[in-house]
Design a protein around this ligand. Structure first.
Ligand code: CAO
Length: 435
């Protein structure tokens, strides 16, 4: 026996109104459990929405260019009744379809069409007063790195034309080439045009496409670097005792036990320090045209993870409520998902502070770029044994370099120095974390 079920967009974290950049199925297609149905694009990554079960596509409710949120209708699927577990068959709310994107092991659920038709939000173009743009115009704009929300649409009914995107780019180039602004005019950077060099004139070259993650993270990093007044403070901390403790825990654990990582200790110490200095766990906001500081009373800590496709920042939620072992195992799991390209938006959103550790690779220091809208980031490089004067003699001690980049609109230098000192004190003597 089979029945027609309506499939909705699952839980996609804090994202709303994500553009559909590709619909991967059409009526008549047979899909298996976990087959991708469509691709969404957020400002951090693109993601496939997988099928919650096997069946035949009856109708597709959305099209490329539509914007969708959790619960938006995607399509109807003719499914064998036995394909879904009995408890899911009884589901009557759209929330029952909330399976994380890219999470094949998540529970399957589907809803008979009749029971959700009235409640499930439909995928609509929610651009409102913003211009409408066809997928081809959006794709053209994307290729040129143009944010369509900034383009003035001149087509019929407010539709954006290819020419509108071209005009936007030409105007931007003219502005770049224009002479120096009058004195007192501080609104524009008036930079020189980017050097246009034919590299092949000087030797052999190879052109390599940039991964989607690199393109998206690059644009985010460039914005953050240009818009945030960064300052980086450096500190060195003696982690000889902490490292001995970590090694001992790992020895006690045996082969299949959790691996206690330095990253997990750093996250735990960062949370304790954020509690002592709440302005570092904040974001700049705006209310009635006035800047305000939004202090967060939750501690979701992101960590930079290097993947073959580029840099991503998965987030450990409620790190204040977790032990170091749990943080270590969640970091390991998220880093694995990151490397396999399996992170969903819910894994990467809501962070309040980031730790970027290059310690396993090397280096003596670097200036990490703040992960907006956060206001600070901790960079960690390789700990090294150094001779340290103990008052009588030089002793070999393990010294860890720390770097804290902070947003000078929110934090000042003295607070940053105190933050870093507090963090260093905790790492130097981890017992202090209980105080
Ligand atoms: N000093 C010395 N050694 C360190 C160290 C440090 N600060 N941190 C980790 N190590 C050592 C560990 O002891 C471990 O060695 P063993 O396997 O012998 O115990 C090894 O390095 C690997 O450590 P790990 O398993 O704990 O992994 P990690 O914490 O170093 O890294 C992760 C995890 C996800 C942070 C890492 O894989 C990664 O992606 N790092 C890059 C982050 C990045 O790109 N940041 C830059 C962002 S700005 O562009």
């Amino acid at each position: 026996m089979s029945e027609i079920r309506e499939i909705h967009v699952p839980d996609i974290g804090d994202f709303k109104d994500l553009p559909v950049i590709e619909v991967l199925v059409k009526p008549g297609d047979k899909v298996a459990f976990d087959d991708p149905l469509l691709t969404l694009e957020s400002d951090k990554a693109s993601m496939d929405v997988p099928s919650p079960g096997a069946g035949t596509v009856v109708s597709v409710t959305i099209k490329e260019g539509d914007r969708v949120s959790k619960g938006s209708s995607i399509l109807t699927l003719q499914m064998a009744v036995d394909a879904a577990p009995a408890d899911h068959r009884a589901a009557t709310s759209p929330a029952a379809l909330d399976l994380p994107v890219n999470a094949p092991s998540a529970p399957i659920a589907a809803i008979p069409v009749a029971s959700v038709a009235a409640t499930a939000p439909k995928a609509v173009n929610t651009c409102g007063p913003k211009p409408h743009a066809s997928p081809s115009v959006r794709s053209f704009a994307r290729k040129l790195g143009v944010d369509v929300s900034r383009v003035v649409a001149t087509g019929k009914g407010g539709r954006m034309l290819r020419e509108d995107v071209e005009r936007f780019v030409k105007d931007a180039l003219v502005r770049l080439d224009s002479p120096a602004p009058r004195s007192g005019h501080a609104g524009e950077l008036n930079l020189l045009p980017w050097p246009d060099v034919n590299f092949a004139r000087f030797g052999t070259i190879e052109k390599v496409a940039m991964s989607r993650i690199k393109k998206i993270s690059g644009a985010n990093l460039a914005r953050n670097w240009v818009m945030i007044p960064h300052v980086t403070n450096n500190e060195e901390v003696d982690i000889t005792e902490l490292e001995a403790f970590r090694v001992q825990l790992n020895l006690e654990g045996g082969k299949d036990a959790i691996k206690y990582t330095m990253l997990a200790f750093l996250i735990k110490a960062a949370v304790a320090t954020l509690k002592a200095f709440p302005q570092f766990n904040s974001s700049l906001g705006n209310e009635d045209g006035e800047p305000i500081l939004i202090l967060k009373q939750y501690y979701h800590i992101g960590f930079a993870a290097d993947t073959p496709n580029g840099l991503v920042v998965p987030v450990i939620r409620d790190a204040d409520q977790k032990g170091i072992g749990q943080i270590a195992s969640e970091c390991g799991e998220l880093a694995r998902k990151a490397r396999d390209g399996k992170l969903g938006p819910a894994d990467m959103t809501g962070g309040t502070f980031t730790v970027s550790s290059l310690g396993g690779i090397g280096g003596t220091g670097f200036s990490p770029i703040i992960n907006a809208p956060e206001v600070a980031i901790l960079g960690v490089t390789r700990a090294q044994i150094r001779p340290v004067w103990d008052g009588n003699a030089f002793a070999p001690r393990l010294i860890l370099p720390l770097a804290l980049s902070w947003d000078h609109r929110v934090v000042d230098g003295a607070a940053a120095a105190r933050f870093l000192q507090h963090l260093a004190d905790l790492l130097a003597d981890f017992r202090r974390i209980t105080l």
